[in-house]
Structures are given as C-alpha cells and as structure tokens.
Design a protein around this ligand. Structure first.
Ligand code: GRF
Length: 222
C-alpha cells in the first residue's frame, strides 16, 4: 500500500509513520513520496535518511508565484496535486501540512488517473486525510494546541484531543477517521500539555492511516 505524506515542519508525525512501516501497525505499506511546502522542513531530512530513502519534493507557494507571475494559488495547488498523483498513492496524508488547499487540489484527487494510460479520468478517488491537534470543530485552524491550553486556563474546556479527518473544502472539517481525547490537568504547563498532544498525534496518525488503507486494501485474512 502506497502513501504520500505532505509536511511543512519538523515531521515528527511523518517519523511516526516511517517508524511504523512494515510493522504490525502498518503492514505492507510504503511511503512513496514526501512533499513539503517549506525548504527548511526538517521532515525532508527525515525522509532522506529513512531506509530505504524516501523521495522528496519541495515547492513553496511564494517562490512558485514569483517564478510564474501568470500563475495563481490555484495553479500551485494543481501543481502539487499533479506531483502527488504521479506517485500513484492509495492515501494522501497531511501531517503538519500548513497550507490550506483550494478546491483545485481536491478536484485533482477526485479524478485521479488510474494509471491505465488510457487518459480517461478513472473514478478512483484518492482519499486525503489530515491530522489536527484538537477535537472536531473545537479549534479549527492554526495554533490549536495553544488555543486549547488557554481555553482550559479560562475554564472554558475540560479536555482537548487529536483527530484525523477526511479533507474537504472547509478547513479542518470533513468526516473524522479517528478521534482521541487528551485530558488536561490544572497546574500542567503548556509545554508538558503540548508534549502529550504530540505523543497522542504520533499514535493517532498511524492508526488512522492504517484504518483508511485497510478500507482500500483489506489485509489478507489471518
Ligand atoms: C502537529 O501538531 C500537526 O498536527 C500540526 O503541526 C504539527 C506538525 O508537527 N499541524 P510535525 O511537523 O509532524 O512534527
């Protein structure tokens, strides 16, 4: 089973997936490509130093627009989608991907070519899933961990969580694949809370990816 993983930062969730490849957590699975929208993303190093090394592709929005003044953000999204599709993934995982795709990307994933070469867009839809460090609808968008911590300090919430959901056009919406609650404790500092959230993410990203892959390629009956 083939994964493409999109990152923007340190790639600790990518690392969790790499470490799970071909173990009982993610059997018969490879990461065929890692895409980053930031050159400095440490996750690119993690891909390059994986064994076997994982091919990487980097393309940032601003340089793309500067080098192609006639092109738009939608063109950028389509360019990224083309690179992703060419890798022929079963599932696309957004793991700390900090760029909001427009409709163009998802449309490309909806009509992915099945590689038969007959040019007809096959109905094969490539599922795109996204990791978000909050509960559905709680803290959509960026800095979710900070916002959850501050809301807890204000007594507005009693717990937070982590989820992986199918990507749809509204940011951080879409049908959840897996949700896991993260308890919160008075007196715990933000760093300690954030560490627990990330540790939960590393587990959830693997379990959620497994769940979506198994729906497409059910594991051989034991
Ligand atoms: C994670 O918290 C992810 O949910 C958020 O950004 C962070 C990325 O971490 N979008 P990493 O790059 O996987 O270490």
């Amino acid at each position: 089973r083939r994964l493409v993983v999109l990152i923007s930062g340190s790639g600790s969730n990518l690392q969790a997936l790499i470490d799970a490849l071909n173990t009982s957590e993610l059997p018969n699975t490879s990461i065929v490509l890692v895409v980053s929208n930031r050159k400095a993303a440490y996750g690119l190093q993690r891909a390059a130093s994986a064994v076997p090394a994982i091919p990487t592709y980097y393309q940032a929005l601003q340089p793309f627009l500067k080098q192609n003044p006639d092109k738009s953000r939608a063109d950028y999204d389509r360019e990224v989608a083309r690179v992703v599709r060419r890798a022929n993934p079963d599932v696309v995982v957004l793991a700390g991907w900090m760029h909001v795709f427009g409709d163009g990307f998802l449309e490309e994933m909806e009509t992915a070519d099945d590689g038969s070469g007959d040019g007809a867009p096959a109905p094969k839809r490539i599922p795109v899933i996204n990791l978000h460090p909050a509960l559905p609808g709680a803290f959509d968008g960026t800095h979710a961990i900070d916002r959850a911590y501050d809301a807890f300090q204000r007594g507005e919430i009693t717990h937070s969580g982590v989820m992986v959901h199918h990507v749809v056009k509204e940011v951080d919406r879409g049908e959840p694949v897996l949700i896991r609650v993260v308890n919160m404790h008075h007196g715990e500092d933000k760093d300690a809370f954030e560490k627990r959230v990330h540790e939960t993410e590393w587990k959830v990203i693997v379990e959620a990816t497994r769940k979506v892959l198994d729906k497409i390629h059910p594991p051989p009956l034991q």
